[in-house]
Ligand binder design. Structure first.
Ligand code: NAD
Ligand code: TYD
Length: 356
């Protein structure tokens, strides 16, 4: 049994779906169901005996202690976080609360549980912390990609809160010997991505005939990885990562934002042409830049490739086409978010049984 936190979000949701499709090991899924948590993502698991969903906060020490004692997981994988940079600029408090205080409390709960395990279970136990490349700050245009040794230079409240959580995880290994692993991944894209982030937002707005907002000059560079490749990397690190180590995860796919959006438009032009025959690129609209906007991220994932033999299955070209097709085939999933009804769906499916 493994305990996943934040498993109703974008990456955690994909991880849980893939995990249960690939193996029989049950998952306890602890998620607070903030605006970003969506049980509709996990709809196909509603009657799955291996999926035990619990609505709750990683910072709720009593709840986490009870779940650990009851289910005796061999690993905890921490996806739970506030994850949107723009929200961290307008309201940083929640980021400190969940990403820093929440991770600290989770570490404390896990340490207490782990300390009481028999020696063999203690040795086999893993705490895997899912983090981001944004902790490394912004790169000059020609600078080499981030390695695991790059100094931490977080620039947004989001990345600063993730950096703080990474440091806590590191300290719990160094000080208490907690068997931790950390992954720092580049920007993900793929199915079940909340439509506040660039790629799902632009697909949604394109189809709705709305502007495609490009911050500043659109020349900011992100390194994109298909979400299922991130999930496979996490499984591999969990399986074979060296204790206390950090692994960068990325797909060597650096793209300027404007190019990403133009690619989306070109695929949509083929897959679902606009009724007026014009390109979706006509809807591109340059808007005021994000405060403190990092110019470039790039991940050097060679440690993970070399030590653990991991490689992404998708190129950007194959992954982005799959993503567009998924959104075209699952427009209800997005519509339920934009209408707010995804929250009703949770109540309909689970009633008041979520904490059972
Ligand atoms: P997301 O915002 O889609 O999902 C976060 C999930 O965590 C939601 O289901 C939310 O309800 C839950 N949550 C929030 N606060 C909680 C709390 N206090 N207790 C329990 N659950 C809580 O985020 P995501 O994009 O899936 O990111 C998952 C993790 O991966 C995050 O830690 C993020 O920093 C990291 N990451 C994301 C990306 C990316 O491109 N999205 C890239 C690298 C790393
Ligand atoms: P985002 O998807 O918010 O991810 P992050 O900031 O965590 O990397 O943004 C990806 C890039 O796209 C980032 O450089 C900001 C930019 N962006 C836009 O240009 N327009 C938008 O509407 C959004 C949401 C993001």
């Amino acid at each position: 049994m493994i305990l996943v936190t934040g498993g109703a979000g974008f990456i955690g949701g994909n991880f849980v779906l893939d995990w249960l499709a690939l193996c029989d090991e049950p998952v306890v899924n602890l998620d607070l169901l903030t605006y970003a948590g969506n049980l509709e993502t996990l709809g196909s698991l509603a009657n799955h005996p291996g999926h035990h969903f619990v609505q709750g906060d990683i910072g709720d020490a009593a709840l986490v202690a009870r779940l650990l004692a009851e289910h005796q997981p061999r690993a905890v994988i921490n996806f739970a976080a506030e994850s949107h940079v723009d929200r961290s600029i307008t309201g940083p408090e929640a980021f400190i609360q969940t990403n820093v205080v929440g991770t600290f409390r989770l570490l404390e709960s896990v340490r207490a549980y782990w300390s009481g395990l028999p020696a063999a279970s203690q040795a086999a136990f893993r705490f895997l912390h899912v983090s981001t490349d944004e902790v490394y700050g912004s790169l000059e245009k020609t600078a080499p990609a981030f390695t695991e040794n790059h100094r931490y230079e977080p620039n947004s409240p989001y990345s600063a809160s993730k950096a703080a959580s990474d440091h806590l995880v590191r300290a719990y290994h160094h000080t208490y010997g907690l068997p931790v692993l950390t992954t720092n991944c580049s920007n993900n894209y793929g199915p079940y991505h909340f439509p506040e982030k660039l790629i799902p937002l632009c697909i949604h707005n394109a189809l709705a005939g709305k502007p495609l907002p490009i911050y500043g000059d659109g020349q900011q560079i992100r390194d994109w990885l298909y979400v299922k490749d991130h999930c496979s990397a996490i499984r591999r690190v969990l399986e074979a990562g060296r204790l206390g180590e950090v692994y960068n995860v990325g797909g060597w796919n650096e793209k300027a934002n404007l190019d990403v959006v133009k690619t989306l438009c070109a695929i949509l032009d083929e897959e679902q042409p606009r009724p007026d025959g014009q390109s979706y690129a006509e809807q591109i609209s340059f808007v005021t830049d994000r405060l403190g906007h990092d110019r470039r991220y790039a991940i050097d994932a060679s440690k993970l490739e070399r030590e653990l033999g991991w490689k992404p299955a998708e190129t950007f070209e194959t992954g982005i086409r799959k993503t567009v097709r998924w959104y075209l085939a699952n427009q209800d999933w997005v519509a339920h978010i934009t209408s707010g009804s995804y929250r009703d769906w949770t109540a309909q499916q689970y009633g008041d049984t979520l904490n059972a």
